[in-house]
Design a protein around this ligand. Structure first.
Ligand SMILES: O=C[C@H](O)[C@H](O)COP(=O)(O)O
Ligand SMILES: C=C(OP(=O)(O)O)C(=O)O
Ligand SMILES: [Mn+2]
Length: 464
């Protein structure tokens, strides 16, 4: 287990030449912001992180399934009650579909209350001959295309803390205060059922749940047990100043935790083995995710696991693969096979979004629902062949009726993208597409072809 004294200082992290960081002009101002952040209370409790780690251990063991979703980039303007509520009810509806239709316990994690910083392919953006720093998320700079807005502003890190705090406060109230009661399963989607195939399918399922609940109540079961859900926050731990300032020593155990969110992940662009992000996160006790793109080798995955989880702690490591619909069947098998053959039991989760982005002819960055489903099918097929457990999905979604991804049963086409394209970074599934995805994943989970229990023990190494 990591020791308090070993948490590296910010200077030590900077000596590792971290990538994807803002360059601030006024280092004195940065120091003031960090000092202020260090005094603020933690956003999550260490014991909640432990609880999620235990749940992720069930995912790794093939006994539960992770649903992780939310915006690509949360925004300060997006911190409104309706936005949070819509996102939450979309995630809860998806979780209900998966729980009821696939009869698997669902671990529910939002890409919420902290997802404000973005790694970018290019450090700059050029429009009409003018080149400015790229937008790196509200944590760093503004989206408006002007030199003032694009200047990295350290005060924004306090904005991240406040926005995360407000988002999590309402989310916590919703999931414990009655909104998430299974009795309300109909009302979450009552307003959009009329014009959507997924909505109709959802209401049918909700009616079945109503009947099942009524039956249980008639049998004498107290339905208050269905009144609250466990819901957790997550984001990419990208900006070192912020994550370091929120790394705190847990008073119960005297061990360090990242308290900016329950589940922290390291992105595809920042997972260098000897880089600053791996160095910081290997010292915190949270459950950790690592994104693995199409160039990942099995050895890289094993080295990352060894570095971040030397003690093989159950639930510690989740590999979030995002290889692309066209590559997953070629790349994933060897990675999963070798990691599993090493005796490790990690959670395998599919992000079917980031390997499938393309630019539409009208210039919008988009994704096709069919590619998303094709990558998910590849993910399920690979795990089915290896006898390992496909542990979950990680998706970029919103609770609103946006038009950012093409396809789905509403058959959005490229010309529709202009109607409601609101993301400031990557295209998200809208509420219909998200529910549709949940039904399709539930279908895959119920085919019965996937082994549920003890994948490591059942695993027979294949020759590669
Ligand atoms: O969300 C992930 C990345 O930040 C995003 O895909 C990068 O997008 P870009 O290639 O437009 O920089
Ligand atoms: C940046 C992201 O993904 P990746 O690191 O996989 O590119 C993301 O999840 O928004
Ligand atoms: Mn993204």
């Amino acid at each position: 287990m990591p020791e308090v004294s070993t948490v590296p200082s910010l200077d030590q992290l900077h000596a590792l030449n971290p990538v994807q960081q803002p360059t601030y002009e006024d280092t004195g101002e940065v120091a003031d912001v960090i000092a202020r952040l260090r005094k603020l209370p933690p956003l999550v409790f260490a014991a909640e992180c432990d609880k999620l780690r235990t749940k992720m251990a069930s995912v790794a063991a093939g006994e539960a399934f992770l649903l992780q979703g939310g915006d690509c980039a949360e925004t300060f303007d997006g911190v409104t009650a309706s936005n949070i509520q819509n996102k939450l009810r979309t995630l809860l509806s998806m979780a209900v579909v998966l729980t009821y239709a696939a009869q698997v316990p669902i671990v529910k994690v939002g890409r919420m209350a902290g997802q404000y910083a973005k790694p970018r392919s290019s450090a700059v953006e050029t429009r009409g001959g003018v080149t400015l720093p790229a937008y790196r998320g509200d944590a760093v700079n503004g989206f408006a295309f002007s030199p003032e807005s694009r200047r990295p502003d350290p005060q924004r890190l306090l904005g991240v803390y406040n926005a995360s705090s407000a988002t999590w406060n309402l989310t916590r109230a919703f999931v414990t205060g009655g909104f998430a009661h299974l009795r309300s399963v109909h009302t979450w989607n009552a307003d959009f059922v009329k014009n959507s195939a997924a909505g109709v399918q959802y209401q049918n399922l909700a009616s079945e749940i109503d009947r099942a609940l009524a039956f249980m109540v008639a049998c004498g079961i107290d339905d208050n047990v269905f009144g609250t859900v466990d819901f957790f926050s997550s984001h990419e731990a990208l900006i070192l100043e912020y994550e370091h300032a929120l790394t705190r020593i847990d008073s119960r155990t005297s061990l360090p935790y990242g308290t900016s969110g329950h589940f922290l992940w390291i992105g595809e662009r920042t997972r260098q083995l000897d880089g600053a992000h791996v160095e910081l996160l290997r010292h915190v006790r949270n459950p950790l995710g690592v994104k693995l793109g199409p160039t990942t080798t099995a050895d890289t995955a094993l080295e990352l696991a060894d570095r971040l989880d030397p003690d093989h702690e159950p639930g510690r490591i989740t590999f979030i693969t995002r290889m692309g619909a066209g590559k997953i069947r070629d790349v994933l098998p060897e990675v999963v096979a070798k990691v599993t053959a090493s005796g490790r039991q990690v959670a395998w989760v599919c992000d079917p979004m980031h390997g499938n982005t393309f630019e539409a002819r009208n210039g919008y960055k988009t994704r096709a629902f069919s590619d998303v489903m094709e990558e998910l099918n590849g993910f399920f097929d690979v795990h089915e062949e290896l006898g390992t457990w496909p542990g979950g999905v990680h998706v970029e979604l919103t609770g609103d009726d946006v038009t950012e991804c093409v396809g789905g049963s509403d058959d959005l086409v490229e010309a529709d993208l202009v109607n409601r394209y609101e993301t400031l970074c990557d295209p998200r599934l809208n509420r219909n597409q998200s529910l549709e995805l949940a039904f399709l994943v539930a279908e895959r989970l119920t085919t019965g072809r996937i082994r549920r229990a003890n994948p490591v023990q059942n695993y027979v190494p294949v020759s590669l």
